[in-house]
Design a protein around this ligand. Structure first.
Ligand SMILES: [Zn+2]
Length: 439
């Protein structure tokens, strides 16, 4: 057994020593062949109290090294990820008060400020690169709609690991530019995300390469669970409500993992209600959820979900047409008392304008889909008076320049100085708020 941590198969209870054995068996249980494993640490759990104290000054998510699946600190690859600021946005609180008479605390996790690629995925990239380095892995395969690809390409390049990235046909060209810049291999597959996954899996199998293990991959899950530690450290509590755009669902699974790991200490309180949004042009989990609710979650509801082939969407970054994780995600959302619902993709640009105006930041389209979840949740009456809300905002706009060009407002047909004089900031403020005042 590895001293620091080991894995335990969630299906048959078999114990797996560590990554050496896990990778050698192609990321499957050596006994039953399933791929769902729990990472169990031998670090005394009490240690977390010191790490999440307000006085702690973390430089990256490696502050939580004792609860991350890496043996030696010398293998750490980092760019200061995982400590993106968590801010309170009073203009959202004012909106909830003004329109719905709700007194809320609204916290935003600014993953757009993550140092490496400006996404929530930097956490997973850093842990994956460090573990691969520790295990002496030289080549790795990633399949992604964009953000994971960018983060993994970046961090693996830092670790000297060659990364073959498979992206679907409609992935954003700006994402691809980020991947290609580091000399990593980029393959644009003629088909949707599900098809890209298939081709990547065949490639990995044929050439005996390791491939990302999906939404329950311990490399990503363990990295992302640290966001709960950061909530405790920065906010001094966990929120009542957790909002995020939902693609596969690693974020919510990771939150649950942190709660499960430290359940015996009862530090974090109740699991937040997961209010998860999907872009309305590719929202299979939201559709499945609606149907399940209408049928009072009748027997087998979690296995009943639609599959959309080649979804045509404005936000390809989060478009998972085949929601293979729904049988696990649905029950998790239900357990939390949460909901899955669609948001209008057409509102991504207006929302990015609103946030650009109010906060002077540039957010990407997947972030917009997540934050739109706040407006939709309010409209549906899913947030109660006095609650605290945490919005996990996924990414900056730096890999979606086309999106940013749509967001940028230009006054056209200016022929004279008098024409230009007509534009003023108060009018613009009304303009950016209008879609949300009437939401
Ligand atoms: Zn097993």
């Amino acid at each position: 057994m590895s001293k620091k941590f080991h894995f335990k198969c969630k299906t048959c209870g078999n114990e797996i020593e560590g990554f050496k054995q896990w990778f050698a068996n192609n990321q499957k249980c050596t006994q039953c062949g399933d791929n769902k494993i729990d990472t169990i640490y031998s670090t005394p759990k009490e240690k977390i109290k010191e790490l999440i104290s307000k006085d702690a000054k973390p430089e990256s998510l490696w502050h939580y090294f004792d609860f991350l699946p890496l043996e030696n600190k010398e293998n750490i690859i980092t760019e200061g990820e995982g400590v993106a600021p968590i801010e309170r946005w009073s203009f959202f609180e004012d909106y909830a008060k003004r329109k719905y008479n709700l007194n809320l605390e609204v916290f935003i996790n600014r993953n757009d400020k993550s140092f490496a690629t400006g996404t929530f995925k930097d956490k997973g990239g850093a842990v994956a690169a460090s573990v691969l380095k520790e295990q002496g892995i030289k080549e790795y395969v990633v399949v992604s709609t964009g953000n994971t690809a960018s983060a993994f390409a970046h961090y693996l390049a830092k670790a000297g690991v060659s990364c073959s990235v498979f992206v679907p046909e409609d992935s954003l060209p700006d994402s691809e530019a980020h991947i290609g810049t580091y000399g990593q291999k980029l393959f644009r597959v003629k088909g949707d995300y599900a098809y890209a996954k298939k081709v990547a899996a065949e490639y990995a199998k044929k050439y005996g390469l390791l491939i990302t293990g999906g939404n329950l991959d311990p490399l990503r899950l363990e990295a992302k669970k640290t966001q709960v530690f950061e909530m405790m450290r920065v906010m001094g509590k966990t929120p009542d409500v957790y909002i995020q755009a939902l693609s596969g669902g690693t974020g919510p699974f990771a939150v649950e993992k942190a709660y499960d790991d430290f359940a015996e200490l009862n530090l974090f309180g109740k699991l937040p209600r997961f209010l998860l949004s999907q872009g309305d042009r590719c929202a299979p989990m939201a559709a499945a959820w609606k149907k399940a609710k209408e049928n009072n979650f009748s027997e087998g509801w979690e296995k009943d979900y639609p599959i959309y082939e080649n979804p045509k969407t404005l936000i390809p970054t989060i478009a998972t047409g085949n929601p293979g994780m729904y049988p696990l995600m649905g029950p998790l959302v239900k357990k939390s008392g949460g909901e899955i619902f669609p948001v209008k993709e057409e509102l991504a640009v207006p929302l990015a304008r609103l946030i650009g105006f109010e906060r002077v930041i540039k957010i990407g389209p997947a972030s917009a889909a997540g934050v739109l979840g706040f407006f939709e949740a309010l409209k549906r009456g899913l947030i109660k008076d006095g609650e605290s809300v945490f919005i996990n905002m996924g990414e900056s706009a730096n890999r979606a320049l086309g999106f940013l060009q749509e967001v940028a407002y230009t006054t056209e047909n200016i022929k004279t100085a008098e024409d230009a004089k007509r534009f003023n900031r108060e009018d613009y403020k009304k303009f950016v708020w209008e879609p949300f005042e009437k939401y």
